[in-house]
Design a protein around this ligand. Structure first.
Ligand code: ATP
Ligand code: MG
Length: 719
């Protein structure tokens, strides 16, 4: 329990009752959570009454490890929201109409399902991109809008072509998920929301079981997540949340930073602790970050401050093009490591869009610098890996028709689209799964004689493997599967790069299964196919990062949340990248401000050195273009260094974009003066509320009638 400031200590010592830690980056919020868990345990709270929720598996793992090191060997449930919900649904599946062995769809399966429904209903999938349909469905569900609600809204808003499609697809999509005994990422949360709101006895039981709930990064919770933590904190309102409204970067995914304000209204007597001191970064980095974020209209925030040393100035480096940018960064990293000043794991490279990572990867390889790219999805989303996972899913859950369709003819068995279509008709008429239908292929008159045998063969294979799966040994099951379908034979050309790459991926999957089994060795649950599928299905971008690998980390700015690195490079600080072109096109100040927060998150990851980079010309989507500096650059105090022979660019020259920002600001201000509907809290109300909280006075707006617990904030502020 060493190394805590007075306010940190207060948050850690706070025992029962709601607690909100509101603080900027690097001020020790995550540290408070781990120490608080340790303190609760030290007070005799049983480990299984503590539930800590984080955003990534990596964060969860780290937190569990830190608790473990603080209190030798004690295990506490630290989990992501999705994983926690999956676990609850395994236990209480019958409340929502699932079976225990439900499987998790990945995003491409979701698209496939939407596409299939659209075709079925007769919508053209080229005019209406299934992805966009899916996005709308997902957005609605994130806001807890049901298919029924959506239908009603649609009736009021006829004329939106896309909505007209969504209106038809939405209910069918949900119906099919359930029918297939599947969930998608949203459904994991939504089922739990339904389960808790529809069954008070169960809610109360879980509420009492998880007496202490702790949530890190609360500003990025969506409505469903908010409902879940609230439902679990009624009888035992010992909810502790930490958050920073300035780091809210998932608005596009339904995150609601206003949940922070709502917190105080929902829980009477909330203790609010604010932490102002940054322990992570040098003074120059903290200052630069603070300047940047102060341009977002959130008037009454406390400035960040630090007692850390000044450190080298933040640098904006300008290169002639993307190749040079990548090469110079790689060369610099190599040199700093070779001269013994740094180690590889000190460095991180962030970018706004994944496409920027390729040139850096190439350059790092050329300089023989080891690196890891945080992109959890890409491994499990590679075609050959997804095929095998598809098999495993069907083995686990016979009703998973999405998996069936994916793999029934992979590798080719002479089962064409027509056959699958006929099989689907039969299955629908008879209310059975595709796998069951395939088993009965011989009796289905609409099938051609030629297709019956391979269908039966396929279903026999799956049944055989289902028996094998009972042992729980996933690696052996995978080996057997690969053997049975002669999978390696598909990629037999040793000299073909694609083939060897695919093979390597399959070995990697086998290795992942082995690692899973090892990790499960001393866990509560023995290894199982179900557990492995959950791991594969719920892996996210940041999860693959491992500081101990001794490698440079490459990741998107979004994935960088919560992490820290001694030296950070933020690539492509150019208009169209950050802010993203979409935010510029939308012309919506809210998305623009979210981009600024995203850059704020990126720069506040740096501990000792921060380098932003820009190129004069960049190849993007196959076109070479002159770049425009990000309009966020002039907002920060930094040294501009031209790394090519050209003079340093004038950062303050008004560009088209600056004007855009000015206009956007004006629009925003105009929007502020229009009274908003009282039901949903606007950004302006939120600001007012936060200001009132900080100032310790009772807010005067209707939304903030909860009272004046904000006084605590002042009292706890460090001198
Ligand atoms: P973010 O908002 O970026 O998630 P955070 O508020 O969660 O940041 P932490 O990650 O908990 O901040 O802490 C930032 C760094 O400061 C960590 O390296 C942590 O160990 C260190 N730190 C926090 N509190 C103290 C303290 N009282 N004394 C020394 N170091 C501290
Ligand atoms: Mg944190």
């Amino acid at each position: 329990m060493t190394n805590l400031t007075e306010p940190q200590q207060q948050a850690v010592d706070h025992f029962e009752g709601p607690l909100m830690v509101l603080a900027g980056p690097g001020s020790g919020k995550t540290r408070v959570i781990t120490h608080r868990i340790a303190k609760l345990l030290a007070r005799g709270v049983a480990p299984n009454s503590i539930l800590a929720l984080t955003f990534t598996n990596k964060a969860a793992r780290e937190m569990a490890e830190r608790v473990d090191s603080l209190l030798n060997g004690v295990r506490v449930e630290v989990s992501t929201f999705h994983r926690f919900c999956a676990r609850l649904l395994r236990r209480f599946h019958d409340h929502v109409g699932l079976k225990n062995n439900f499987t998790i769809l990945d995003s491409s399966d979701q698209v496939a399902l939407v596409r299939a429904i659209m075709k079925d209903v007769g919508f053209d999938t080229t005019t209406h991109d299934p992805r966009r349909i899916l996005n709308r469905i997902s957005k609605a569900r994130n806001d807890l809008i049901t298919a029924e609600d959506f239908r009603m809204q649609h009736e009021e808003r006829v004329g939106d072509l896309l909505d007209a499609v969504v209106y038809e697809v939405f209910p069918e999509y949900e119906r099919l998920l359930l029918h297939n005994n599947c969930v998608d990422f949203d459904a994991l949360l939504l089922h739990v929301v339904d389960m808790l709101s529809g069954n008070d006895e169960l809610r109360e039981y879980l509420d009492l079981q998880f007496r202490f709930v702790l949530v890190d990064e609360y500003q990025d919770t969506n409505l469903a997540q908010y409902r879940i933590v609230r439902a679990l904190s009624q009888h035992c309102p010992n909810l502790c949340a930490t958050g920073d409204p300035d780091q809210s970067i998932y608005g596009w995914r339904g995150a609601r930073p206003e949940n922070i304000v709502q917190f105080e209204q929902d829980f009477g007597g909330t203790k609010i602790v604010s932490l102002d001191q940054n322990f992570r970064s040098t003074a120059s980095i903290v200052r630069c970050a603070d300047q940047l974020i102060s341009h977002n209209p959130r008037r009454h925030r406390n400035a960040l401050h630090t007692d850390n040393e000044e450190g080298p100035p933040v640098r904006m480096r300008v290169y002639s093009d993307g190749e040079m940018e990548a090469n110079e960064i790689a060369a610099e990293i190599a040199e700093l490591v070779n001269s013994g000043k740094r180690k590889y794991s000190d460095f991180a490279v962030f970018y706004r869009v994944n496409a920027l990572s390729r040139s850096v990867e190439t350059a790092l390889s050329r300089h023989q610098v080891p690196f890891q790219v945080a992109s959890g999805f890409s491994f499990y989303e590679r075609a050959e890996v997804r095929d095998l996972i598809g098999y495993l899913r069907l083995i686990e859950n016979s009703s998973d028709d999405v998996a069936f369709v994916r793999i029934v003819n992979r590798p080719a068995r002479g089962i064409g689209d027509k056959t699958v279509q006929r099989l689907t008709e039969y299955a629908r008429q008879n209310g059975v799964s595709l796998l069951d239908a395939a088993a009965k292929a011989a009796d289905i008159p609409s099938l051609t004689a030629r297709s019956r045998k391979p269908l039966k063969g396929f279903s026999d294979l799956i049944h055989k493997l289902q028996k094998k799966a009972e042992s729980g040994n996933v690696r052996k099951l995978l080996e057997r599967l690969i053997d049975e379908i002669d999978y390696f034979k598909l990629w037999k050309d040793e000299n073909d790069e694609v083939d060897t790459d695919r093979k390597a991926n399959i070995y990697e999957l086998l290795r992942a299964a082995e690692l899973y089994e090892d990790a499960q060795e001393d866990a509560e649950h023995p290894p199982s196919l179900q557990g492995f599928l959950e791991l594969a299905g719920l892996t996210s971008e940041a999860d693959s990062v491992d500081e101990h690998k001794g490698a440079v980390t490459l990741m998107t700015m979004h994935a960088a949340k919560g992490l820290e690195f001694p030296v950070v490079f933020v690539l492509g600080v150019e208009s169209g990248l950050i802010p993203h072109e979409r935010a510029i096109r939308d012309g919506d100040p809210a998305s623009f401000q979210e981009e600024r927060r995203l850059l704020f998150v990126a720069v506040t990851r740096a501990m000792e050195e921060l380098n932003l980079t820009q190129t004069r010309q960049r190849d993007f989507r196959g076109v070479r273009r002159y770049t425009i500096a990000s309009p966020f650059i002039p907002e920060m105090e930094m040294e501009v260094v031209a790394e090519d022979d050209q003079p340093a660019p004038q950062m303050r020259q008004p560009s088209a974009l600056d004007e855009f920002v000015i206009k956007a600001k004006q629009r925003y201000q105009a929007a502020q003066s229009v009274p908003t509907a009282p039901k949903i809290m606007s950004a302006a109300d939120l600001e007012k509320k936060l200001a009132a909280m900080k100032a310790g006075s009772a807010p005067d707006d209707a939304a903030g009638a909860a009272g004046d617990k904000g006084i605590e904030a002042d009292r706890l502020r460090p001198a």
